[in-house]
Design a protein around this ligand. Structure first.
Ligand code: 4AD
Ligand code: MG
Length: 480
């Protein structure tokens, strides 16, 4: 009774009694017999059920796209083309009907927007089930990679009192009655009366807590949900996304780059090796989507070609300053094709990142040594630099079609230098627990954060980050 359709399709012993359960994709009837294709999520493929039209006349009237069936019968070598085995029905139980007048999913293509609004259908169609199987495989590969390489899974908290990125884009967490807020003597909200006795928020990153783990366990990683209240309505931003954050004692920025490159190539190879059927489907879908674009905007490689390319080629490594010079000398810049100004000190815009990756290098790029002014307080400061041109040992990985997929750095391990930065930002007191790592047995260390959905977006070739997470949260949208 536990047969998955995947295992039935791979069965080597035929002509045996078996049971299949799943949802109807399609029904096609001829005079004496009906063919019903069944899918149960175990594979993108379907199992064909052959049902005698007379014997199952009553059942067949109730069977439409979307219905859920339990079919008992004999698995035989298929007579028709397109599949190796089929199930000749001897008993059909309709577990759940799907009235065709009301069932919104029909055997035709639906827009992704439509499927986003009909949450119960997302897991049913080919596109989303393929995406979510790939998402699962990548999640598993992440744990496997770290486990096989001596990292410990370290659970950073979801509720925290700190702002790891210092950007102030946080969702507050409170148990106070918003209609009746307690006030202190000065008339401010009295958070001492709140659940934790202080203001708290949902985490924007598990890194700071990750660093505490690395300063004893050596190599750790977090893999959990992170939350950002930034009002970015783009195809690459979510308000709730999953992030993978390894943190390693004794790693400098070069070790960090070696790790991130090996890690990303491993994950993509894992998907190629383990999700071939789904990637083949997504590859076709990608080609179809690309063909709708103008010729000059179409991708040069198919999805699978692009993934293989990343696995087989080394990433380009250069500094921020070198990148700015490339942008300044580009034809794009000379022809004023960039919307945002290019000069040393800017935070690179997505158009700049994509130029470097897609037009100039045509491969993934790791940029390092960004201006100190545009990066987080915890990054290792480079020494002996020209005033106004100070840089930090940041490391961003840029991917074609995505832009930034990873942000990381070597960390500032020198207490005085780190404290000077937290003083500037008035967060020394709040982060005293973090600064303690630099007071007692400090060590050079590094880490990075990989946006899980951006990775899934890249591997599946989907166009919008909302379509690679089961329940996307974006500005003005938290249904289901
Ligand atoms: O560059 P970010 O902000 O870096 C950090 O949070 C560091 N604490 C990471 C570290 O060093 N441990 O975010 C890291 C990655 C980005 O490169 C991007 O892939 C993803 O997280 N990301 C988002 N993904 C989806 N929606 C958003 N709003 C995202 N913001 C960041
Ligand atoms: Mg970043």
């Amino acid at each position: 009774m536990k047969n998955s359709i995947l295992s039935l399709l791979q069965a080597t012993t035929l002509d045996v009694q078996t049971v299949a359960k799943g949802w109807v994709r399609h029904k096609r009837s001829s005079q004496n017999v009906s063919f019903v294709t069944l899918n149960d999520g175990s594979t993108i493929k379907t199992l064909q059920i052959v049902a005698d039209a007379d014997k199952f006349a009553e059942e067949l009237k109730r069977i439409h796209t979307g219905a859920c069936l339990e079919v008992h019968g004999k698995l035989i070598a298929s007579q028709g083309a397109g599949q190796s085995v089929e199930l000749v029905a001897e008993k059909i139980i309709v577990l759940g009907e799907a009235n065709p007048e009301h069932y919104p999913l029909q055997p035709k293509e639906h827009t992704l927007e439509f499927l986003r609004e009909n949450a119960h259908l997302r897991a049913r169609g080919n596109t989303f089930s393929a995406v979510f199987r790939v998402r699962h495989a990548l999640g598993y590969a992440i744990h496997k990679y770290f486990n096989d390489n001596g990292f410990y899974y370290w659970h950073s908290p979801i509720i925290t009192a700190s702002d790891a990125e210092g950007a102030g884009e946080m969702f507050q967490v409170t148990a106070l009655d918003l209609k009746n807020l307690p006030k202190d003597d000065k008339g401010n909200i009295d958070f001492k009366q709140d659940f934790f006795g202080r203001p708290t928020n949902l985490t924007v990153s598990g890194q700071l807590e990750g660093e505490l783990g690395a300063m004893g366990l050596g190599k750790v990683y977090t893999f959990g949900p992170t939350f950002r209240a930034e009002n970015s309505n783009t195809t690459r931003h979510l308000a709730e996304f999953w992030m993978i954050e390894p943190e390693m004692a004794f790693y400098d920025i070069h070790d960090n780059m070696d790790l991130v490159e090996d890690f990303l190539r491993y994950l993509i190879k894992y998907a190629l090796d383990n999700c071939a059927d789904d990637l083949e489907f997504l590859d076709q879908r990608f080609l179809k989507e690309e063909s709708k674009k103008k010729k000059e905007e179409q991708a040069e490689m198919s999805l699978v070609e692009k993934l293989r390319f990343v696995v087989e080629n080394q990433f380009e490594r250069l500094t921020y300053t070198e990148a700015i010079n490339i942008l300044l000398n580009s034809n794009y810049h000379k022809k004023k094709k960039f919307l945002f100004e290019v000069k040393w000190g800017i935070d690179l815009q997505s158009e700049h990142e994509r130029y470097l990756v897609e037009k100039h290098f045509k491969k993934p790029v790791i940029l390092t040594n960004y201006p100190k002014a545009i990066k987080a307080f915890y990054m290792k400061q480079n020494e002996n630099e020209e005033a106004g041109k100070e840089t930090v040992r940041a490391m961003d990985v840029l991917f074609p079609g995505i832009g930034e997929i990873v942000g990381g750095s070597q960390r500032e391990e020198v207490y005085e230098r780190l404290k000077a930065r937290t003083d500037e930002m008035h967060i020394t007191e709040e982060l005293s627990w973090y600064l303690d790592t630099r007071r007692f047995g400090t060590a050079p260390h590094s880490g990075f954060g990989l946006g899980f959905e951006r990775l899934v977006l890249f591997v599946t070739g989907m166009g919008n980050i909302r379509d690679v997470i089961p329940f996307p949260r974006t500005p003005l949208n938290a249904s289901f």
